[in-house]
Design a protein around this ligand. Structure first.
Ligand code: MTE
Ligand code: MO
Length: 233
């Protein structure tokens, strides 16, 4: 009798959600949850200062390619997949098509290499923040429990970068698949590279395949050779 009631309890809850009147095509108990998330996201992103955007006429063309160690012996697999994992054993794998199906952002901002050159580029990609929130790797309602760092790697780990979580969640930190209106060139990190106007070029990893949310301090390729780990602009 009591066990039966307990089972009925959870089924009843699901039925209760299903029988509410619809609001904008979504049953309202779920819609209310989404509005709460929207509000939380709005509030969270408002805490960031945005890097300036430039007119399209200032785009440098063609975009400079920086000779990059690591690529010939660390090719991107033909069946590209982006893998995200966290300390709790959660793992999610996305194909390029799945990434491209997500809401994207296009912006014209400055890219700065620490060796003394910079250029204006148009970037198109998926905000890393929105991906991590959508896949529940980051819960804005529980930021006190969030991982401290994001480690990102190429397929064989030849190039790797470590980011603080706040910079990784900056609204202009993108998983880029198009530059200057064209698909990302192999030399610029196709199919996916990271780009953010808040960090120097060496933190903007090309040929990205692996994202790891962690509390273990993640070193990075140039950081290991004496460059500033934070690499902020
Ligand atoms: N995988 C990988 N990503 C990388 C590098 C690299 O050597 N390997 N070099 C970095 C540096 S120092 C810079 S300045 C930029 C250059 O990007 P670009 O070739 O698209 O101009 O990529 C960054 N990302
Ligand atoms: Mo660089």
């Amino acid at each position: 009798m009591w066990a039966g009631l307990a089972v009925l309890g959870s089924v009843g809850f699901i039925n209760w959600i299903a029988t509410r009147s619809e609001d904008r095509g979504v049953h309202w108990p779920l819609r209310r949850g989404e509005d709460a998330t929207d509000n939380l996201m709005e509030e969270f992103f408002a805490s960031y200062k945005l890097a300036p955007e430039f007119p399209v006429s200032q785009i440098a063309s063609p975009a400079r390619i920086n000779p990059s160690p690591g690529t010939p012996d660390d090719p991107v697999p033909d069946d590209y997949k982006l893998t995200i994992t966290d300390m709790g054993g959660n793992s999610h794998t996305l194909t390029l098509d799945q990434l491209k199906a997500m809401p994207s952002k296009t912006m014209v901002t400055q890219f700065c290499c620490i060796e003394g050159w910079s250029q204006i580029v148009q970037w198109t990609g998926v905000p890393l923040s929105e991906l991590l929130i959508a896949l529940k790797f980051v819960d804005l309602a529980k930021m006190d429990q969030a991982p401290k760092y994001v480690r990102m790697e190429t397929a064989q780990g030849t190039y790797y970068v470590g980011w603080d979580l706040a910079s990784a969640l900056h609204p202009q930190t993108l998983l880029v698949y198009a530059m200057n209106g064209a698909p990302l060139e192999p030399e610029h990190g196709a199919p996916i590279r990271l780009y953010s106007p808040v960090k120097y070029g060496y933190k903007n990893i090309k040929w990205l395949t692996t994202i790891i949310l962690t509390n273990d301090f993640p070193t990075d390729y140039w950081g290991d050779q004496g460059y500033d780990w934070y690499g902020g602009l």
